[in-house]
Design a protein. Structure first.
Length: 758
């Protein structure tokens, strides 16, 4: 084999599916691509121009997510003459076409590869062409056809049941070619190699569902029985109304902010895709069930997106601003600026990153906007990604100067950690009056940082991970603080991100110890936590990414929406929803609620879109590979018959939106039973940003509601009895009375029948 092909093979092995697991091996040979920002990068136009330049620098074959550049590089090299080299080249070109979404073009390359190794069995003696590798390429050949079928059926002829697992009804493919061919390939593979991998058995069951042939057509030894997908309880079905509403943004993976940006009472949606050639989208809620695309009008459409975003009022003008996070997973190719977008209050935004002093050039996708030093202004913590191949990207802590600018004080505060931070969470877990931090490390142990402000009068953090008894899961991703058991103490949820499709499939075939489970750390109230994931019913092989929490059934207990997947097209893993049972555990209601979307779950956010008193859910469904785009979803909540209280806050000494303030809602029912519901003002989890309102479901039996608000800066505690429920109220810090705000019209969504899209 020539030196040229030996070198090419080494590169390609990294860039193929194994490259996801071996991220950094190739990039470790190169320096990070860093281009300092100058005044030319000021404003939206300047930032857009800077990022366009960065796209040209990073859209190169060495970037594992520049799929087109990698494919073009292979094609320019040309097909080699040596049979083994040719086989490797054919396999990688086939995968390359699939990665960019040109699935039909991949088919002949897969076929030629398989024919070559079938006719020359001695090729498998080459270490690059082992039987396991040949089976892997065979499975990719199958999934290329399944993805072809998804484009034809789920994207072009979309229904509200498309790609919802278990696939049934309107989700069954009307154009069956892709799924039929995928099933044929998988059955042939499994018949020849029964131990070809449980991941192939999983995909076989999925494609059979897409054909309407599940379970009867699947041989018994490969059937995952229907009872494995049954739920713990029945709930009303949540329908995807994104197309009817006009918010079915077709993108790759990205973030979402759900917030009333123009203060008209209705929450709007800002969302993004993660590649630098994608653009931010802003959908304005018209208050009648539809949204208008304000991307161009607002100026946001000029800007490339990011993998995640969150919102908060950084300059205390009463308007929510947006922070866009960039570079996550890109390692040395991800040394990109984030964008702080100031809300101008007239439907437009301005990029103030440069002027505000947020000039870090690091890969990231997570941040928190909290008032860490209790001075009444939101600060910004950014969890950057230091990896083995791109090491020096410490976390940042931008402390507000009180004038719209920030100073990075991460080093003196003790949070300049060099970890692979994939998620971060913030809350006052020890109830001492200041905000603490939790960091999800994808390459090590997770970290709990106690804010020492109350004890020292200085903004410093102490690592209390060990004493708090925090450990796994290792290789984690999304995380959050929430009081899941309503005891007044903030608990921690952190999801595993093991990226092991075989382990996931093994779970359904009886091996339930194949992968690491998430952790649910119950706060013991003494500075320690206990992982209660088993007793809570959450021992499930989650591969979670975008996730968030809310009260989906208005019963006063917090539930979870977990977006799932990883870049591999074969990772057809249903998104999961768990309903809190109010007794320390959770019910799986994924199938019953219609939540089991098989596309990649990224940014997730909750808000009451239609003003009917319950929380709806917006989720980003695109993947990482350039051909893995999909429509985002908006789940309309059908449970509005139960009672609720929706609270907006207006700070005086505390920040304007009251972020960090706590609410205690005490509910009395008709039998005289009293219970308390604990909430804090927050945007929720670490991947998706929910509306800045305290939404509390109250249950079906309510005769009286009392309310207590505790403000973090002033220390003010406000208490009222007999607060009108099923209402929206405004509480101002230090005010004697609350205000019942205007009751806005509700609306409903029409059926998806007759909607066809691409």
């Amino acid at each position: 084999m020539s030196k040229k092909w030996l070198f090419l093979t080494v590169i390609l092995v990294v860039l193929i599916g194994a490259g996801w697991f071996l991220k950094g091996k190739l990039l470790g040979k190169n320096k990070d691509i860093v281009v300092p920002m100058t005044e030319k990068a000021r404003g939206i136009d300047g930032m857009a121009a800077y990022l366009a330049h960065m796209q040209t620098l990073t859209d190169i074959p060495a970037n594992p997510y520049s799929n087109r550049a990698n494919l073009d590089h292979l094609l320019k090299r040309g097909e080699p003459e040596n049979a083994a080299d040719k086989a490797v080249w054919l396999a990688f070109v086939a995968r390359g076409y699939m990665n960019v979404g040109e699935h039909e073009k991949s088919f002949p390359y897969y076929e030629r590869f398989l024919e070559l190794v079938r006719n020359q069995p001695d090729l498998t003696e080459d270490s690059r062409l082992s039987p396991k590798f040949v089976d892997y390429i065979n499975s990719l050949y199958a999934i290329a056809h399944m993805r072809y079928g998804e484009v034809a059926n789920c994207l072009k002829n979309h229904t509200d049941e498309s790609c919802i697992f278990p696939i049934r009804g309107k989700g069954i493919h009307n154009e069956p070619f892709g799924a039929e061919k995928a099933k044929e390939i998988l059955l042939d593979l499994l018949n020849r190699h029964p131990n070809a991998g449980s991941e192939n058995i999983w995909v076989l069951n999925v494609v059979s569902m897409a054909l309407g042939q599940y379970p009867d057509s699947i041989p018994e030894q490969w059937l995952i029985p229907p009872y494995m997908f049954e739920n713990d309880k029945e709930i009303p079905r949540y329908n995807d109304v994104a197309h009817q509403a006009g918010v079915a943004f077709n993108s790759l993976s990205g973030g979402v902010c759900f917030e009333d940006f123009d203060l008209d009472g209705y929450p709007d949606i800002i969302t993004s895709g993660w590649q630098l050639y994608e653009r931010i989208a802003y959908f304005h809620n018209n208050g009648d069930g539809t949204f208008s695309d304000w991307s161009k009008k607002s100026g946001l459409g000029k800007l490339p997106g990011g993998l995640n975003m969150l919102h908060g009022d950084y300059n205390n003008d009463g308007l929510s601003d947006v922070l866009v996070l960039r570079g996550g997973w890109f390692m040395g190719m991800g040394c990109l600026p984030n964008s702080l977008l100031r809300n101008n209050g007239d439907g437009t935004f301005e990029d103030v990153t440069y002027d505000a002093g947020l000039l870090g050039l690091h890969p990231t996708q997570n941040a928190r906007m909290e008032d860490f030093n209790n001075d009444g202004w939101l600060d910004i913590f950014i969890g950057n990604e230091s990896s083995k191949s791109s090491k020096h990207h410490p976390c940042e802590l931008y402390v507000s100067n009180g004038d719209g600018t920030f100073t990075d004080k991460a080093e003196e505060a003790g949070v300049d950690l060099e970890v692979y931070a994939k998620g971060s969470a913030s809350a006052d877990y020890d109830n001492d009056g200041d905000v603490d931090l939790f960091i999800s490390d994808n390459e090590g142990s997770n970290i709990l940082l106690k804010n020492m402000l109350t004890e020292t009068d200085e903004l410093t953090f102490e690592d209390v991970t060990e004493s708090a008894d925090i450990n796994g899961p290792y290789g984690s991703f999304p995380c959050w603080f929430f009081d899941y058991n309503n005891d007044g103490l903030e608990d921690i949820f952190v999801a595993s991100f093991h990226r092991n499709l075989k382990g996931f499939a093994d779970y359904f075939l009886g091996n339930k110890q194949a992968v690491e489970y998430p952790a649910l750390y119950r706060n013991n109230g003494d500075g320690t936590f206990t992982d209660v994931v088993a007793e809570a019913g959450l021992q499930y092989p989650l591969i979670a990414m975008g996730s968030n929490y809310g009260d989906i059934n208005n019963d006063g207990w917090l539930d979870m929406y977990l977006g799932t997947g990883f870049p591999d097209y074969r990772a057809l893993i249903p998104n999961m929803v768990y309903e809190n049972n109010g007794n320390g555990g959770f019910y799986d209601v994924t199938t019953a609620g219609g939540f089991g979307h098989l596309q990649k779950g990224h940014g997730v956010a909750f808000a009451d879109v239609d003003m009917d008193g319950d929380q709806d859910i917006y989720a980003v469904m695109g993947g990482a590979l350039q051909g893995d785009f999909f429509w985002n979803v908006l789940y309309d909540n059908p449970t509005s018959a139960t009672n609720y209280l929706s609270i907006a806050l207006k700070g005086d000494e505390t920040n304007s939106k009251g972020v960090g303030a706590k609410a205690v809602i005490t509910v009395t029912n008709s039998a005289g039973k009293v219970r308390s519901i604990y909430r804090k003002m927050t945007t929720g989890g670490s991947f998706g940003s929910s509306e800045l309102r305290i939404h509390a479901g109250l249950g079906s039996d309510v005769v009286r509601v009392d309310l207590k608000i505790i403000w973090p800066v002033s220390g003010t505690t406000q208490e009222w009895t007999n607060v009108p429920f099923n209402s929206r109220i405004l509480v101002e810090e230090n005010a004697k009375e609350y205000t019942v705000t205007e009751i806005l019209p509700t609306f409903t969504y029409p059926s998806m029948e007759g909607h066809h899209h691409m």
